[in-house]
Design a protein around this ligand. Structure first.
Ligand SMILES: [Zn+2]
Length: 202
């Protein structure tokens, strides 16, 4: 993304390591389990930057406060529905979260369009509204949550990280949101040894 320098000025950088747009949306609230979560979508312009950065939109109408509220409702609904899979004893209010995903997913959604380039044809999200982009992500969330991939969603093992990702490795051995962000950090700092002595309540 050519926006990264810009983002550095505007707030916490986005993370796109989830392997799935709904998981990357959940990641816009960082350090969820800590006392000081990181809000990466503080205002409507941040939402527009996230949607473009995620590859789920190319050209969008200007987002409104209502769009941001809708995005945060979708984000938290997806997280609430994943929680029982991550912490088996935990149960969220599934009915309400299901209703949110269904309501947003039932709206008109951005489809793809074909673009002819010098390298050949490419599919990309068609221009549209923020609400349509969110409907597109809600439908992906429906496929993820209601299908076999839900069992592949994992939480990064770094004790301070709460990022979720789709483990697509064959033996389901992926442990970190990314090696660069957390895997190397844990190895370098010997975090693992400390964790054994002081189990954290993730
Ligand atoms: Zn991590």
């Amino acid at each position: 993304m050519s926006q990264s320098a810009e983002e550095a000025d505007r707030g916490p950088a986005f993370v796109f390591t989830g392997g799935s747009a709904p998981l990357d949306l959940v990641a816009t609230l960082g350090r969820r389990r800590s006392a000081a979560p990181i809000e990466r979508l503080p205002d409507p312009p941040a939402l527009a930057r996230w949607l473009i950065g995620s590859g789920q939109a190319r050209t969008l109408t200007e987002p409104t406060d209502a769009d941001l509220e809708l995005a945060l409702r979708l984000r938290e609904a997806v997280y609430d529905l994943l929680r029982p899979l991550l912490d088996p004893p935990a149960t969220g209010d599934a009915d309400e979260a299901v209703a949110v995903v269904n309501e947003i997913g039932a709206r008109p959604a951005l489809g793809d369009r074909l673009v002819a380039t010098a390298e050949g044809l490419r599919a990309e999200p068609a221009p549209g509204t923020v609400s349509e982009a969110l409907a597109r992500i809600a439908r992906q969330a429906t496929t993820l949550l209601g299908g076999p991939d839900a069992q592949r969603v994992k939480e990064c093992e770094h004790p301070d990280c709460s990022l979720l990702f789709l483990d697509e490795t064959q033996g389901r051995r992926r442990r970190w949101c990314s090696m660069e962000r957390c895997g190397n950090l844990v190895k370098i700092s010997g975090y693992r040894a400390r964790r054994k002595r002081q189990p954290t309540s993730r």
